[in-house]
Ligand binder design. Structure first.
Ligand code: SF4
Length: 132
């Protein structure tokens, strides 16, 4: 019997739950230990198709810092994280960047974009080197 113990991360209460695969129940899983319906939904999703928001950085040229913080705009399947990081690691953006700028559109056909989570001005030193 497939079962998993987990802590619900939907709210700060952090209920300890057990999710058991059960063909007899309507959703295919039986959830216990949850104090509300949101926990049940989370538990079933964790068993059937766990997803996460991916937060990381990409290279930025002529920025004030060498890396730009980015994040997926929504959750993507947990099993795609390694492949997603390979794609993200190949990206290099040019400063300046405004928060919310789409860095990668439709990451791995998930329908989820990768966006900048902060703005970054161009480094004035690299600008002045260009002029001289
Ligand atoms: S089951 Fe409900 S009350 Fe418990 S942690 Fe999840 S969201 Fe919060």
């Amino acid at each position: 019997m497939e079962k998993k113990e987990m802590i619900c991360i939907v709210c700060p209460v952090g209920c300890h739950m057990e999710v058991v695969k059960n063909g007899k129940s309507e959703e295919g899983y039986e959830v216990s230990g949850n104090q509300c319906l949101r926990g049940k939904v989370y538990g079933i999703k964790e068993m059937s198709n766990p997803t996460r928001v991916l937060t990381t950085t990409v290279k930025i040229t002529e920025g004030k810092l060498p890396r730009l913080p980015v994040s997926t705009k929504g959750a993507i399947p947990k099993g795609m994280m390694m492949e997603a990081m390979k794609v993200i690691n190949q990206v290099e953006v040019q400063a300046p960047v405004t928060v919310g700028k789409v860095v990668i559109k439709n990451l791995l056909n998930t329908g989820v974009d990768v966006v900048a989570t902060r703005s970054m001005e161009a480094d004035s030193r690299s600008q002045s080197q260009k002029v001289s």
